[in-house]
Design a protein around this ligand. Sequence first.
Ligand SMILES: *[C@@H]1O[C@H](CO)[C@@H](O)[C@H](O)[C@H]1NC(C)=O
Ligand SMILES: *[C@@H]1O[C@H](CO)[C@@H](O)[C@H](O)[C@H]1NC(C)=O
Ligand SMILES: *[C@@H]1O[C@H](CO)[C@@H](O)[C@H](O)[C@H]1NC(C)=O
Ligand SMILES: *[C@@H]1O[C@H](CO)[C@@H](O)[C@H](O)[C@H]1NC(C)=O
Ligand SMILES: *[C@@H]1O[C@H](CO)[C@@H](O)[C@H](O)[C@H]1NC(C)=O
Length: 368
Amino acid sequence: MTNSLSSEVLARKPQRPLSLYSPKISICLLVTCVTLFVLFQIQSLPTALSPPASAPSSSTWNSLQKWKSMIISTALTLKNCTDQLDSLDSKLRESVTFLPLKDLRYAHAAQEGHTWFMSSMYDTNKKGEVQYQQFPSNSSKGRLLCIKGHDSHDGAWNSYALAWPEALPRNATLMKGLTFISNSHYNHDNLWHGLSAMVPFVAWRIKNECATPSRWILYHWGELRYKMGSWLKNLMEATYSGTINIQSFEGFGDDEPVCFEKAVVMRHDEGGMSGENIMQVYDLIRCKARLYCNVGWEDNIKGRIGMTLFMRTGARSFRNESEVVRIFTEECRKVEGCQIMVAHSDNLTFCEQVSVYSSLKQLKKILI
Ligand SMILES: *[C@@H]1O[C@H](CO)[C@@H](O)[C@H](O)[C@H]1NC(C)=O
Ligand SMILES: *[C@@H]1O[C@H](CO)[C@@H](O)[C@H](O)[C@H]1NC(C)=O
Ligand SMILES: *[C@@H]1O[C@H](CO)[C@@H](O)[C@H](O)[C@H]1NC(C)=O
Ligand SMILES: *[C@@H]1O[C@H](CO)[C@@H](O)[C@H](O)[C@H]1NC(C)=O
Ligand SMILES: *[C@@H]1O[C@H](CO)[C@@H](O)[C@H](O)[C@H]1NC(C)=O
């Protein structure tokens, strides 16, 4: 499954935004054509008319000359205008300034306030709500977010900038649709840290008519990451009802800027969210996971307490698992209606885990 997914995940390189220029070009062409046509008409007039020597026609001749010079000067002014626009446009493009994604000046406060990731930007900050940045927005003055570089070892080598859609930096590629950009201080592989990095995106989605991203870009300290843990990926695929496309920037040079039609940036995990808002997100995720795995809500017998011990393997596993199970089983026996289950998350599929959480009956099927 991973293989078939990863081939879909490879981002196709989108078209360069050539079309941005076309309205101006067509106006220029139109103006030039009309001017040339009028000039040609006037040029041909004097020869067609009687010679300027005859007295009655001399006033006509003069006014014609006046018109001619007026039109020429208007044409010149127009030409000047478009030249100046072009030069301004070019200056705007050149003035887009890229700053390092990871700002080492704030290494001592890497997670506080504006953090060291995109340190010149501030998040929206409504009490109890998710903290995020959105581009374009009023606070970006309508500018899009652009990024450059895809270093996966040092975030200071990757950079970001804001640019107006009409004046994207030279050679920039515009990526259409919605892009989610996540910077995690921990990582996107770990269940817990990965999940807390995803919570704000789900919160944002609830508030934004369930908008679905066209792609995700993952950073750890500004360093690019190309995958999230498979559990987390499953969970997000369930939540967003579709495959998660993680941008790999294949085929892009380090100097080639990429700009996003619409981008949402998160760098604070659940920071700032009220307990109520976090619960709302978890409720949605739970609901979506059950739908995805086709797991019902049955088996909620009154007075029963289900206790599930999820065991880990590796460095953080219990040193004596059987002893831990024995102690919990003993405690569970003391409480009426208590039932204890033990599962190893490593050897359950994603949907088996969802079943374990949802129904005690199904758990027995899995464990026996
Ligand atoms: C066009 O602009 C130049 C300076 O850029 C100026 O010297 C010239 O007078 C302008 N011409 C007209 C017709 O406005
Ligand atoms: C952005 O600014 C415009 C005009 O000032 C205003 O009408 C609009 O509501 C603002 N949008 C947001 C999201 O604040
Ligand atoms: C843009 O791309 C062209 C051709 O690929 C290259 O010659 C030029 O140097 C690039 N310009 C910038 C500013 O990177
Ligand atoms: C686990 O603890 C029990 C009881 O204390 C003991 O009998 C058993 O040998 C221990 N197992 C390991 C692998 O240490
Ligand atoms: C699950 O994994 C644990 C530890 O890796 C192993 O001891 C156990 O036998 C496995 N259980 C099943 C049902 O495969």
